[in-house]
Structures are given as structure tokens and as C-alpha cells.
Write a protein that binds this ligand. Structure first.
Ligand code: NCD
Length: 304
């Protein structure tokens, strides 16, 4: 039995197979509409989410399966003091697969160690968000036709953003990727990431202004300042509008650059950018459903 805790749990060959499956699901949805009949997905969300939880639910429903779960820890037995280890043992009796989001880093891993069903990490604290990374990689592969040879700018909250940490982790396995980290001093990417890049001799730069690197980018990954992980409101207020991508800032960018964002967006991308053909963040949401469908089939070992 396999779980998904980290995007690196799959080899790049396994990821290619997963993305091929996701692309086939996109082209032939009817072929997969009954693939999970009789199967249940539990979504255990101890932290707020709209996209990830509904994306999992939509994926399972599109496969003909059913869903159950909770979206708020205060409504679950966690409020009575139940441990994640006990909860997953219970959920293992009710469902065939579980997607878990938790504010504590490593909680889904603890759950997986006690689980008799596959567990998917749907985001753990500031640590990893593997299904968002699968979504990002599928979007890039589908729209750019490749996962190598590009310069990617990651902009915003690189300190607390788990989507950023997960994506960097996954991209270092592909050839000729160059990273440009765009953040204020206070929200720089953690040292363990830059150390890892140095060790692997992967080129990266750190800049403060978006304008300083725009023409070089093949991909721009924007992120929200992670309010819930700040220790004080004052710092959040000072940093929240540090970056606002607008039409004028898009001007010097390559004509085929893609703008990605895991969403939710706050102010960091002005709505006027939504109509730019380079804005790919709403397409990304759709790819998120296809990749989760492919993941559920893969972890449940269902062949169509
Ligand atoms: C992200 C997350 O939860 O980390 N959202 C998502 O799952 N698409 C990004 C964020 O909340 O900023």
C-alpha cells in the first residue's frame, strides 16, 4: 500500500505515468466515470481549505465514488482530544482512501504510519503540499509541453508557503531549471532549501523586486502572504501588499510566460491580469481535479 506524503514519493517516471493518465482523463472523462464505484474517499481537514478539499471531492465524484469527511477540526473528535493516530484507525474502517490536511507538520505522516488505507497529505503546516505540486507540474507539462529547461520565478511568501517548498523540491529532479526567488527580506526561502540547491549545484538567485527579473522568466509562480503563519498582525499588514502583479508589470515579460498561483489570491495579482493569455491560474484549478483523479486511481491500484 502506498501513501503520498511528499512529491518525491513518486519517481519522475511514475509522475510521467500519472500525468499521462491525468491527460487521458481530461480527454476521455466518460471512460473513468465509474472507475471508483463502491469506493469512498474521506477528507479529514483540520485546517481551512476550499480548493483542495472540494477538488478531492470533485475528483472522487467524477470517478463514480463517494465522499465523507470533515472540514473543520472543531467539528471532529479532535476537539475532544482524539489523536490523529486514533482518528485514522477509525477512518480506515469507514473509507478506502483518505486525504488529510493538518496545521502540524508531519501529522499526515503519523496518520499514514497507523493507517490501513492510503493517506494523501493535503498540506501539513508550512511543510509540504504534494497534490498542489502535482497540479503545478501537470499544468506546466500540459501547457508548456515540458518539465525541463526553464527559468521559474517564485514570488511572495517563500518562507511560509508550503506550495513553494514542495514545488522546488519536485523541480530539482528535472534538467536545466533555474530558480529566481522574489521576496522581501523577511519572507526569504528557508536556508535548508538554498543549502540543498547549493549542494546539487542548481542555479538560483534571490531578488526583492519583481521588475528586476520579469524578462528572464518562463514561469512566474505567485503566492499569497500566509497570514495564518505570522506571529504578529503588524508584520502581516506591512508585508501583505508587497507584490501586486498588474498589467504594467506584465509588459516586459515573455509573450509565452505562464503565471501560476496555487490560489486563494488576495491582492498579489490584480484582476486585470486574469484576461491576459499568460494567466494560467484558473486552468491550474482544473488540472488539479484531473491529477487528483489520476492519483486516487493510482493509489487504489484501479486500472481502467
Ligand atoms: C495553498 C495552501 O493551502 O497551501 N492553497 C491551496 O491548497 N491551493 C496556498 C495558500 O493557501 O496560499
Amino acid at each position: 500500500m502506498r501513501h503520498l506524503m511528499n512529491p518525491l514519493d513518486f519517481t519522475t517516471e511514475e509522475l510521467d505515468r500519472l500525468f499521462d493518465l491525468a491527460n487521458d482523463i481530461e480527454k476521455n472523462p466518460a471512460k473513468y466515470a465509474h472507475a471508483c464505484e463502491g469506493k469512498k474517499l474521506a477528507t479529514c481537514f483540520y485546517e481551512p481549505s476550499t480548493r483542495t478539499r472540494l477538488s478531492f471531492e470533485s475528483a472522487m465524484l467524477s470517478l463514480g465514488g463517494q465522499v465523507l469527511g470533515f472540514a473543520d477540526a472543531s467539528n471532529s473528535s479532535a476537539a475532544k482530544g482524539e489523536s490523529v493516530s486514533d482518528t485514522i484507525r477509525i477512518i480506515s474502517c469507514y473509507a478506502d482512501i483518505c486525504a488529510m490536511r493538518h496545521p502540524k507538520e508531519g501529522a499526515p505522516m503519523v496518520a499514514a504510519s497507523k493507517s490501513s488505507i492510503p493517506v494523501i497529505n493535503a498540506g501539513d503546516g508550512g511543510h509540504q503540499h504534494p497534490t498542489q505540486t502535482l497540479t503545478d507540474l501537470l499544468t506546466i507539462r500540459s501547457l508548456k509541453g515540458r518539465l525541463n529547461n526553464f527559468t521559474i520565478g517564485l514570488c511572495g511568501d517563500l518562507k511560509f508557503g508550503r506550495t513553494v517548498h514542495s514545488l522546488i523540491n519536485a523541480l530539482v529532479r528535472y534538467d536545466n531549471i533555474r530558480f529566481i526567488f522574489i521576496s522581501p527580506e523577511e519572507l526569504k526561502v528557508p536556508d535548508y532549501i538554498t543549502e540543498m540547491l547549493k549542494e546539487k549545484s542548481i542555479p538560483y538567485e534571490e531578488v526583492i523586486r519583481l521588475e528586476d527579473c520579469m524578462p528572464q522568466l518562463d514561469l512566474l509562480y505567485m503566492t499569497r502572504v500566509q497570514k495564518e503563519r505570522f506571529f504578529n498582525e503588524e508584520d502581516y499588514v506591512r508585508l501583505k501588499d508587497f507584490y501586486i502583479l498588474n498589467k504594467a508589470k506584465m509588459e516586459p515579460a515573455k509573450k509565452d510566460m505562464l503565471v501560476l498561483h496555487p490560489l486563494p489570491r488576495v491582492n498579489e495579482i490584480s484582476v486585470e491580469v486574469d484576461d491576459d493569455p499568460r494567466a494560467a491560474y484558473f486552468k491550474q484549478v482544473q488540472y488539479g481535479v484531473y491529477v487528483r483523479m489520476a492519483l486516487i486511481l493510482t493509489l487504489l491500484e484501479i486500472q481502467v
